[in-house]
Write a protein that binds this ligand. Structure first.
Ligand code: GRF
Length: 246
């Protein structure tokens, strides 16, 4: 079989894209797919924890299933005897052929259980966090090993861990994780920052890298101007990362 025939026969890679906001990275994926730059890739669904996320409208415009999933860590209304606060958790059973009996069960909060069910229903192979502003439990992540990737607007080391990053000119800069990574870079006075796509692990913004690009900080940059330039880079990076994982 030739390389091309093999490519044609490979089933499509179905993306589950999770967003919380404007969805420009989602748009970059939609455009790349429509312009044949990501052959064999399709978007199975888009999920947002925010009903007003503009990304939901972007998805609908391109006839992609778009779902608003209200996000709560716990459910209310269930109490164990003698308990005053609700501490309900959901059990999600999953087919796991490697487990004895072919089935395993993991525990996760209700919203994650609902999200898992949606991703399975729409047969998403790869989950792309494209501006998703919620942190997942280890139980949810274990359910999708090596199948969740995130775009982060700062530079992370190859292995994801560690507190310093060495830029291409050999300068060591701090690693900026979590919220406001763009502002953190500006406040630290570094000359170079960047964006990267990495695997998601239980430690926030500390998973192994897939691809990244440096961006110079310019005189007079504000959080907004710098983030806009970073996003232009991200729109290329997210497409490159998905292509690598196809
Ligand atoms: C991006 O800058 C990404 O790095 C961060 O959230 C932002 C999402 O932007 N995680 P958009 O919603 O794709 O426009």
């Amino acid at each position: 079989m030739s390389h091309n025939e093999h490519e044609i026969q490979k089933p499509p890679l179905r993306l589950g894209v999770l967003i919380s906001g404007s969805g420009t990275n989602l748009q970059a994926l939609i455009d790349a797919i429509e312009n044949q730059q990501l052959p064999g890739v399709e978007i199975a669904l888009v999920v947002s924890n925010n009903p007003d996320a503009h990304g939901l409208q972007r998805a609908l415009k391109h006839k992609i299933p778009a779902i608003y999933l209200p996000w709560r860590k716990e459910i209310v209304g269930y109490r164990e005897p003698g308990q005053h606060t609700s501490r309900a958790r959901f059990i999600v059973a999953s087919a796991d052929l490697s487990a004895p009996g072919g089935c395993s069960a993991i525990e996760m909060p209700e919203s994650e259980a609902r999200l898992t069910a949606l991703l399975q229903l729409f047969q998403a192979d790869l989950i792309v966090l494209a501006g998703w502003m919620r942190i997942f439990s280890a139980a949810f992540l274990e359910h999708f090993p090596q199948r969740i990737i995130n775009i982060h607007p700062a530079l992370l080391p190859d292995a994801g861990i560690g507190s310093t990053y060495t830029t291409s000119n050999g300068t060591q800069i701090p690693v900026f994780r979590g919220l406001h990574a763009v502002k953190q870079a500006l406040d630290a006075g570094v000359k170079v920052t960047g964006s990267c796509v990495h695997y998601v692990t239980p430690e926030v913004d500390a998973g192994p890298g897939i691809c990244r690009e440096e961006v110079a900080i310019e005189e007079g940059d504000t959080e907004e101007t710098l983030h806009e330039r970073l996003k232009l880079v991200e729109h290329r990076l997210i497409v490159e990362a998905v292509r690598k994982l196809r």
